[in-house]
Design a binder for this molecule. Structure first.
Ligand SMILES: O=C(O)[C@H](O)[C@@H](O)[C@H](O)[C@H](O)COP(=O)(O)O
Length: 314
């Protein structure tokens, strides 16, 4: 079928390519004229036959909001907008209502698979009215991985991004568990081949998974990850997962800790731990470490209350 794709970056560009390979007629628009098929969003709309389907694949937040507002003015009743970015499900409800007011359908679609999706297919989590989703099935069929799984019509508008948000929360927790296991193996001298241990877990174990495969790939490229800084960004989905958990009073200790570990990774020096050190010094005279890195003496001798690693105690 014919579809417009707005945003031809590493996700939208690859999705447009997968759709073309699947026989669809894709008209792509990007702010970068070098990769765009048309000069403007209006030209994209003019090039599509009504009733149109336009897939928005731009960063969540203000860029998605601005694009949907523009489409609300340029499209006609009966057309459908699909938001395939990592939008907050709360925004979907607002976008759905705004477009419905001018007769335009709206479907939210959480997309997983990253840069591997072009070849492997993208897992799709869709929210919207049954009739709109059915109309878009040829597109979803081409984008999704081959076989039965990799697609869900999760519920009404917002459900697709809600499902993707929870998926990402799980992603945070799983990645953090691999990360902590790796740090412990590296800290101890018990296992002399740490990349080998991870590689061995890819077959037969309970924790074999794509994330484990990617971990092995990263260790193949840089066996002790010495090229990287321990600094992890986040793009919002983990925060929204924790916020939703608070709204529903659902305990989410693992995902919350994984999110906070990312925040901690961005601090060169922890303000909170300064307070802990200062209070230990105040009430117990325990040693503190000065900014320059020298140990300042408290009532204890420096390091007296530091428990040595188990290996050193033997
Ligand atoms: O399923 C996926 O393909 C990923 O989850 C993808 O959507 C993206 O890599 C994350 O959104 C990154 O999220 P953070 O920047 O929050 O780690």
């Amino acid at each position: 079928m014919q579809i417009g794709m707005i945003g031809l970056g590493k996700m939208g560009g690859n999705m447009a390519e997968r759709l073309r390979r699947g026989g669809h007629d894709v008209v792509g628009y990007d702010r970068d004229p070098a990769i765009s098929d048309v000069a403007s969003l209006q030209e994209l709309v003019d090039r599509l036959e009504a009733p149109r389907a336009v897939w928005v694949m731009v960063p969540a937040g203000a860029p998605t909001q601005a694009t949907i507002e523009e489409l609300g003015k340029a499209l006609s009743p009966g057309d459908i907008v699909i938001d395939g970015g990592n939008s907050h499900y709360v925004d979907d409800r607002k976008h759905g209502e705004e477009l419905a007011a001018v007769g335009i359908g709206f479907v939210d679609c959480g997309v997983s698979g990253g840069v591997w999706g072009l070849e492997n297919g993208y897992a799709l989590m869709v929210g919207g009215a049954e009739a709109d989703v059915q109309r878009l099935m040829p597109i979803f069929e081409t984008l999704k991985p081959e076989g039965e799984d990799g697609f869900v019509h999760a519920g009404k508008i917002g459900a697709g991004h809600f499902a993707k948000m929870v998926h990402n929360g799980i992603e945070y927790g799983m990645m953090q568990a691999f990360a902590e296991g790796w740090e412990l193996l590296e800290a101890s001298d018990a296992v002399t081949d740490v990349p080998g241990a991870f590689r061995s877990w890819r077959r037969g174990t309970v924790i074999r998974s794509w994330l484990l495969d990617l971990m092995v790939r990263a260790l193949d490229e840089d066996p002790d990850l010495s090229e990287l800084r321990g600094y992890a960004q986040d793009s919002g989905e983990g925060r929204w997962t924790v916020q939703a958990a608070v709204d529903h009073a659902v305990p989410l200790p693992v995902i919350t800790a994984a999110l906070y570990a990312r925040f901690a990774s961005r601090q060169d020096d922890s303000p909170a731990m300064k307070v802990v050190a200062a209070l230990r010094n105040q009430f117990g005279g325990h040693a503190v470490t000065a900014k320059a890195g020298e140990v300042e003496k408290g009532a204890d001798s420096p390091g007296a209350d530091v428990i040595p690693p188990v290996e050193a105690q033997r």
